[in-house]
Write a protein that binds this ligand. Structure first.
Ligand code: TEU
Ligand code: CA
Length: 542
């Protein structure tokens, strides 16, 4: 059992991300809820995870599915009550599962009381909780473009000012230069710690030190000063696990974020690896086939760059990303084999792994008619690119491959109607492949992706080399195989992954000729790796 009061307990932990809206609907309104999560704690305990990263459950008008918070200390009624949240925290803890809350500290909803006060007049005490610039209706302060499209500036006529928003118009940025605001945020965090929350995921945390006059959003000048204050004032207990979402992180910055001295965070989500299949000079919607050699070099840099100097998170899925088995595996003939191969590649690495709901079932992307999509980012992209003259087929291809709703279709629990997610029509269509791909079928099949993940999670707790072995990339130039070792003083791991749908000749390095096979997605055959074959081998050095 992990001692979660101790700094660093997360180094041998595996976390599971739940997108509450799509996890399980317990009250039959077609939307997932907290009672639904409580019903599935046994499932998560069986999988063997140590914590749940809960995407936002706080009060929100749901413009960005909860990443637009209107009250940090209230639960969105459709998700349930504060009593439900208290029960979830308690029931999870009884199963050795920590609740890690998603904190959105960069912005609020425009329906938040603070922003409604700020709109009243320039002298209102809450006005300076946000970022304002004087101006005239026809001339925003500069040409910065928001992540979800349009200008980053929105004009408020009665104030004759613009307010700044890196995301949607309904997500005004908070002004972290204001110490009174910062104190309010720290007090709010302590409210959740006092309720038994044992960690936090920090939404776009590298964007809080924005400096719009210099067109800076990520990695602003006071960022690490703010993070150190946040850690000092709010993340007081050394056992609190904190993971920052940092799209702009490189290895050097990540060393600062995750220096294992508690000054800032436990780790960050960096995105360099997951952006490698983005067309150079393009947006996220323009992609290229996975450049495997570049992926291997990227992983090598992050593994070696943080070894003994920081801590990696390990993920390839989340609520903003298409499903990895469709993206870098094969969601057709070799769906199970490739899902297991991708997991093997990830779980042999140094860092804390994060499973995104449904990843443990090998859930796949979906193709919907444009009117069925929910995500504002998809809708804005569709309108923007059609207006720019892109063909509809090309725009839909981008949405099918890269849209966030790929990850947000309801969790597939069984072959029952609506995949057992709800008794009612779900808020977003269920993937039609739920009849074959669902938890009930997986739990009845010893060869399922679920039991493969369960084995990987268990293995990581058995051998110290998973936590502290140094990383060495083998066959760096291979365009088909990703093989590496993790070496500790007395033990060594060899991870072998065939990233292609063809068989590839393969001979194990001599030291591993008689190594113990910890896990594989095939019955191994001498001298060859079958399509998407993965092997995890272990040897004692002496
Ligand atoms: O995401 C940050 C973010 O920039 C992503 O939205 C990403 O840029 C985009 O999805 C590219 O596809 C965080 C949350 O994870 C995301 O769900 C929120 O929409 C966003 O912040 C605003 O809070
Ligand atoms: Ca519900």
């Amino acid at each position: 059992m992990l001692d979660k009061t101790k700094f660093g307990w997360w180094k041998s932990a595996v976390f599971y991300q739940i997108y509450p809206k799509s996890f399980l609907d317990a009250n039959g309104d077609g939307i997932g809820d907290i009672r639904g999560i409580i019903q599935k704690l046994g499932y998560l305990e069986k999988l063997g995870v140590d914590g749940i990263w809960l995407s936002p459950v706080c009060a929100s008008p749901q413009v960005d599915n909860g990443y637009d918070i209107s009250d940090y200390q209230a639960i969105w009624p459709t998700f349930g009550t504060m009593e439900d949240m208290d029960l979830l925290i308690r029931e999870a803890k009884e199963r050795g599962i920590s609740i890690i809350m998603d904190l959105v500290l960069n912005h609020t909803s425009d329906q938040h009381r603070w922003f409604q006060e700020a709109l009243k007049d320039r002298e209102n005490p809450y006005h300076d909780y946000y970022v304002w610039r004087d101006g005239t209706p026809d001339a925003p302060p500069n040409d910065m473009q928001a992540v979800f499209g349009g200008s980053m500036w929105t004009y408020v006529p009665h104030l004759r000012q613009y307010y700044f928003h890196q995301f949607a118009v309904q997500q005004p940025d908070l002004n972290w230069e204001n110490p009174v605001l910062r104190r309010e945020l720290y007090d709010m965090i302590r409210f959740w710690v006092d309720k038994g929350v044992e960690g936090f995921r920090l939404d776009v945390i590298d964007q809080i030190a924005k400096d719009p006059d210099r067109k800076i959003t990520g990695n602003g000048p006071r960022l690490h000063e703010f993070l150190e204050e946040l850690s000092r004032e709010a993340f007081i207990e050394e056992g609190l696990v904190t993971v920052g979402e940092a799209w702009g992180a490189d290895v050097e910055r990540a060393r600062k974020y995750s220096a294992q001295d508690g000054r800032e965070l436990s780790m960050v989500f960096q995105f360099e690896h997951i952006c490698l299949d983005q067309k150079p000079g393009g947006e996220k919607w323009d992609w290229i086939p996975l450049p495997l050699v570049r992926l291997k070099r990227c992983v090598e840099r992050w593994q070696q760059g943080l070894h003994g100097q920081g801590w990696n998170s390990l993920f390839m899925n989340n609520h903003d990303l298409p499903r990895i088995v469709s993206r870098w595996g094969d969601d057709g003939k070799y769906r199970v084999e490739s899902a297991k191969m991708l997991a093997t590649m990830l779980y042999g690495l140094e860092g804390t792994p994060y499973i995104y709901q449904g990843e443990e079932l090998g859930m796949t992307n979906i193709r919907l008619p444009i009117e069925a999509y929910d995500d504002l980012e998809i809708k804005n992209l569709y309108a923007e690119r059609l207006a720019k003259g892109y063909g509809e087929e090309e725009v839909m291809a981008s949405i099918y491959a890269r849209g966030r709703d790929n990850a947000r279709t309801p969790m597939q629990w069984s072959a029952a109607e609506h995949a057992g997610f709800s008794q009612a029509e779900p808020w977003l269509p269920v993937n039609p492949n739920y009849r074959e791909i669902n938890a009930q079928a997986a739990l009845a099949d010893p060869g399922s992706v679920f039991f493969y993940y369960q084995s990987l999670i268990a293995l990581r707790k058995c051998y110290p080399v998973f936590q502290d072995g140094s990383f060495t990339l083998l066959e760096p130039e291979s365009e088909r195989l990703f093989t590496y070792t993790r070496s500790a003083e007395t033990e060594e791991l060899l991870v072998v992954c065939n990233f292609t749908g063809e068989s590839v000749p393969y001979l194990r390095p001599e030291p591993f000729a008689n190594a113990e096979l910890l896990l594989s997605n095939y019955e191994p055959a001498a001298g060859v790796l079958r399509p998407y074959e993965a092997q995890m081998l272990y040897r004692r050095k002496r």
